[in-house]
Write a protein that binds this ligand. Structure first.
Ligand SMILES: [Fe+2]
Length: 202
């Protein structure tokens, strides 16, 4: 084999090189050690709209033209971890257990192993905490549940309708006695219009 062909074969062989993630720098670069022992330091390339900071894994190094002067570090490959997926599902996840799954049937699920789940805009925030509490734009005020409010108000109404007053009279040849009648007609209460239709809690 002449030198020209050898050189071309070496370049083709070097087009892609597998490596092992070593460490990450504050400036965004990562250090990768290829299976040939070569150390490469560069920012990883990501598909548009996706970014991750892996802490370990296998790395695919692309060497443009077959030499290490023009390397690109492709996203770190990790074969472990992640949530259980059905065929057609896609997921974002971290090793510690948080994940978002976009289901094949169109559903979206987010689960936090710790720290809660937050959905926010510039003006508002929806948060489900580790303790199961749900907060909408803060936690200083509580929602009222329809069923508990209805029970409490009806208890109050029953007492109100049943209460009597002590009556005292004066004058006449003999003292008069009697019992005050309950309110007639009894008061009624309807708070059905206060029942939220789409926001509910436990
Ligand atoms: Fe009264």
């Amino acid at each position: 084999m002449n030198d020209g062909i050898k050189q071309m074969a070496a370049r083709i062989r070097n087009l892609f090189s597998l490596g092992e993630f070593q460490k990450r720098y504050d400036d965004g670069k990562v250090q990768v050690k290829t299976i040939f022992g070569r150390v490469v330091e560069k920012r990883e390339a990501f598909p548009y709209g996706f970014k991750a900071k892996a802490k370990k894994g296998t790395v695919l190094v692309l060497c443009q033209g077959g030499n290490f002067d023009g390397v690109e570090i492709l996203p770190v490959l990790d074969y472990e971890g992640g949530p259980e997926l059905e065929a057609g599902d896609a997921a974002l996840y971290t090793e510690s257990g948080g994940w978002i799954i976009i289901r094949e049937n169109g559903g979206i699920e987010a689960e936090a192993e710790s720290g809660g789940v937050t959905v926010k805009t510039k003006a508002g925030k929806f948060f489900i905490g580790e303790d199961g509490n749900v907060e909408i734009n803060g936690d200083s005020k509580s929602f009222v549940t329809f069923e508990d409010l209805e029970t409490a108000l009806n208890t109050f109404l029953t007492s109100l309708n049943a209460h009597t007053h002590t009556v005292s009279t004066s004058g006449g040849p003999a003292a008069q006695t009697g019992t005050a009648a309950p309110m007639a007609p009894p008061l009624t209460l309807n708070i059905s219009a206060a029942k939220t239709a789409q926001v509910k809690t436990a």
